[in-house]
Design a protein around this ligand. Structure first.
Ligand code: GLU
Length: 464
């Protein structure tokens, strides 16, 4: 949930890149940066914090160049520092990236063994160094980019600039969204049509798994198997609303496709991907000391509660009671002393869930809130806040908010299990590794490939 912008422009692009990034601010970010090519040389500027910090760096040290890429980062691998901010660089290459490269540790170890030095803690830098290694070995940019993509596992979007071809953007989409915009003798890439809105309304959405070579003349798009494909150009109406449906017919379809990205961000809030450990906030609930858990919610969020019961029992050996909030609030629940109640709500305003919270609080329970809106009433009245990072959910049937609730609850159950000594360090690592892999199998591309392969077997198994 952060942003990518790229421009092949007619005049200096640094201001326009920052303007595009500003349109993506609604997705949240902790740092930002841009890179441009001027006189055949790549250069970049980065800053921690708001775009105003980047603007002031650019004011003091302007960046010429009519071709560039920009990024707002929401850190998953490494703290929000200038060194970890994007674009990341390798010899003759700059990369911006949203999402997660799952196998970055193996790639990084291999590249380090071949003499590559790293200057950040990010997974992204391995992509820059991987492409640089292939360019260094004499591969042309197109091959170096395509071959590098073939080595990456994870759910991500990428935009890459290479000095050898100073008027070309290499982009890829796997799980995270990416769109290409066509102007008059100019081309643009962006995380969504909203980022492109200041420049053009002629937008081509890459399908999941696609990659593309964008030049001033247009674009060549390839599918995940490397076959050339044509994707339709659409006229976008992104300027009309902050939340638009993008390439999708319904908000629900859009929200389903956002899952790899928003689950990545939710997991990133609770997991240290390098140590493969869960990190829960210190304040609020001490899971090592509680006696039992009560889970409560309404509607779809209650399904998350029902699922999480198994996790808290299995991983943390905690007695779990759950009930739909509209029942719980009217029951005379014999809460255990020293227990905690976890309330789950997308909006954080669900009236029955709020009433159940107040009831449990009155009975002396520690209160944890799993909500998508951190300013909400349920969040404010809780002892501990465990946000989900699903972004706005417009569709009435909950999709991404539900799966982000599951991601958060899984982290809480693992964290509780570790705190209570039920899980060993190795078991925690194995569970965290499995969780970090979740965004990839739910990308549309992965699903399509799998369903093709398994279709026959699925039909076989299906009941008549
Ligand atoms: N995983 C990358 C990082 O931590 C990209 C995060 C993002 O999507 O902004 O830098």
């Amino acid at each position: 949930m952060c942003g990518i912008v790229g421009i092949i422009g007619k005049e200096a692009v640094s201001d326009a890149l920052v303007e595009g990034l500003a349109r993506l601010e609604y997705r949240g970010y902790d740092s930002a940066g841009i890179a441009t090519i001027a006189e055949g040389r790549l250069d970049r500027r980065r800053a921690v914090g708001k775009l105003s910090a980047l603007r002031s760096v650019l004011h003091d040290s302007p960046l010429p160049g009519v071709v560039g890429i920009g990024h707002t980062r929401w850190a998953t691998h490494g703290a929000p520092t200038t060194a970890n901010a994007h674009p990341h660089a390798g010899e003759r290459v700059a990369v911006v990236h949203n999402g997660i490269i799952e196998n970055f540790a193996d790639l990084r170890a291999d590249l380090s063994a071949h003499g590559m030095n790293f200057e950040s803690e990010t997974d992204t830098e391995t992509v820059a160094k991987l492409i640089a290694q292939k360019l260094g070995a004499g591969q042309p940019p197109r091959e170096a980019f395509a071959a590098s993509l073939g080595q990456l596992e994870g759910a991500f979007a990428l935009a890459v600039l290479i000095e050898d071809e100073p008027e070309t953007l290499y982009v890829a989409r796997r799980g995270s969204p990416l769109a290409i915009g066509r102007g008059q003798g100019e081309m643009f890439v962006g995380s969504d049509a909203y980022a492109l809105a200041p420049f053009t309304n002629k937008v081509t959405y890459l399908a999941d798994g696609d990659w593309a070579i964008v030049t001033r003349q247009g674009m060549e798009v390839f599918d995940s198997a490397g076959a050339p494909v044509k994707r339709d150009e659409k006229l976008s109406d992104a300027s009309a609303a902050l939340v638009d449906k993008g390439e999708h017919r319904h908000f629900m379809a859009k929200e389903i496709h956002e899952q790899p990205e928003v689950i990545s961000h939710t997991l990133a809030a609770y997991i240290d991907p390098v140590a493969r450990q869960v990190r829960l906030p210190d304040e609020g609930i001490d899971f090592s000391a509680i006696s039992a858990i009560t889970l409560s919610a309404c509607g779809t969020a209650y399904y998350a509660a029902q699922t999480a019961k198994y996790w808290f029992e299995t991983f943390a050996q905690l007695p779990v009671e759950h009930d739909i909030a509209s029942e719980l609030r009217y029951r005379d629940v014999p809460y255990r002393e020293g227990g905690a109640a976890l309330l789950i709500s997308q909006s954080g305003e669900t009236a029955d869930t709020l009433a159940a919270l107040r009831d449990a609080k009155e009975a002396g329970q520690k209160i944890g809130a799993i909500v998508n809106v951190p300013e909400s009433t349920i969040a404010r009245e809780a002892d501990a806040l465990y946000p989900t990072y699903a972004g706005p959910e417009i569709g009435v049937a909950s999709t991404k908010a539900f799966t982000c609730q599951l991601a958060t609850l899984a982290c809480l159950a693992i964290g509780a299990g570790r705190a209570r000594g039920v899980l060993s360090a190795e078991e925690e690592q194995a569970l965290v590794t499995a969780l970090l892999e979740v965004p990839r199998p739910i990308t549309a591309d992965h699903y399509a490939a799998r369903s093709k392969e398994e279709k026959a077997a699925e039909l076989e198994r299906a009941p008549d």
